[in-house]
Design a protein around this ligand. Structure first.
Ligand code: NAD
Ligand code: MN
Length: 350
């Protein structure tokens, strides 16, 4: 039997609630579809950091490289500054494994209420540059604590990095029904990196005559997402812009608790990582009410990436059957808990 080796990293907070739920659903599905998933559990978390001084133990990334995919929860804890946790665990994996294409679908699932008047029209894929831009880590701080203290945070845009994400976005847009791509930018105010970002987009566009495209400044994009959702199909944006726009997309599609993401290394030199876009959710941790649907949806994206398209589609159908039935957690206005939604999705697999 075909067996996929999956590294499971629940991390912090509700990661420890939604990842076990995801594994349960994936194992039930695999048994029905006739393949196997061998999960190995990694305790990489803020707890581990506080105990040992490291999120990732020595040799950890080397070991992680041997897996077919990574199934990740969230990282972030009240006791650790967020920049330490993010740079200690999630970014070393994204950057170290060159997972430069971050794919974030957003859609209003059946039975889910969008805050938008025209919510039914919301069916988007946001593609986030995931290796450089505003999150390159370039910068520094001098004269700490003194009146002349200075900090810089330099956005880095490279021709190679920009070209590959635009190409990826055009390829993805070409495969969708509307074949439309929106370039998000801020090249009016940011006249170096963002201008290069735009120029390379226009160059790459010439190779994709079948894809219609337009360009939107990031501030205007927020209003367009709210007021004209049907005018948007596929979106490509920088690391920071897409980070913000995709949380907005999640809220407009009902809740942060349903939004999935895939951190892809398209060349498959390294394993790709699949996670819900939400974080540790301190306010609901331990209450048993975290919405597991984002994790199930990202599990479906993981199966698609592994080449199990039929299983991926079956899982999406089960998720949609459960939302249509109204088995929803409180973030979606429902009264059900993580356990009940997980059980319902497992039942709906049949
Ligand atoms: P968050 O996503 O943890 O929570 C934002 C809000 O959404 C909260 O009210 C939360 O209860 C709600 N929410 C999130 N996921 C939910 C779910 N599955 N079901 C129901 N409700 C859900 O974002 P935050 O509060 O900005 O960050 C909390 C911590 O998580 C911080 O330490 C932050 O750095 C970290 N974080 C990590 C990641 C990641 O690991 N990829 C992403 C975002 C934030
Ligand atoms: Mn984010």
């Amino acid at each position: 039997m075909k067996t996929y080796r999956i590294a499971a990293i629940p991390g912090d907070g509700i990661g420890n609630e939604v990842i076990p739920a995801g594994i349960e659903v994936l194992e039930a599905l695999a048994a029905k579809q006739g393949f196997a998933l061998a999960f190995e559990h990694f305790d990489w978390s803020s707890k581990r950091y506080l105990e040992t001084g490291a999120y990732i133990p020595e040799g950890g990334l080397e070991k992680l490289k041997t897996f077919d995919a990574i199934f990740f929860g969230a990282v972030g804890a009240a006791e650790v500054p967020d920049h330490i946790s993010l740079w200690g665990l999630r970014l070393p994996i994204c950057q170290g494994f060159d997972q430069y294409a971050n794919v974030r679908p957003a859609r209003v699932l059946p039975g889910v209420q969008s805050p938008l008047r025209d919510g039914a029209a919301l069916d988007w894929v946001i593609i986030r540059e995931n290796s450089e831009g505003e999150y390159s880590g370039s910068g520094g701080r001098v004269h700490r604590g003194l009146p002349e203290e200075v900090a810089t945070e330099t956005s880095v845009f490279t021709r190679r990095g920009v070209e590959r994400i635009h190409r990826f976005a055009f390829e993805l847009a070409r495969g969708r029904a509307k074949k439309h791509l929106t370039l998000v930018t801020k090249s009016n105010a940011q006249r170096h990196g963002m201008v290069l970002w735009d120029e390379i987009f226009f160059e790459v566009a010439k190779d994709y005559p079948g894809v219609r495209w337009d360009r939107e400044l990031v501030d205007a994009m927020t209003t367009r997402m709210v007021l004209k959702p049907a005018s948007i199909d596929t979106v490509v944006a920088s690391n920071l812009h897409a980070d913000i726009l995709s949380d907005l997309a999640a809220a407009l599609s009902g809740s942060l608790g349903i939004a999935p993401t895939a951190n892809l290394n398209p060349e498959r030199t390294f394993p790709s990582m699949f996670e819900p876009i939400h974080g540790s959710a301190f306010d609901i941790t331990g209450k048993g009410i975290a919405n597991p649907l984002a994790t199930f949806w990202t599990a479906s994206m993981m199966l698609e990436h592994l080449g199990e398209a039929r299983a991926a589609a079956r899982l999406m159908q089960a998720i949609e059957a459960v939302t249509a039935e109204g088995v929803l957690t409180p973030d979606l206005g429902g009264v059900h808990d993580t356990r009940a939604v997980t059980n319902a999705v497992k039942r709906a697999l049949d």
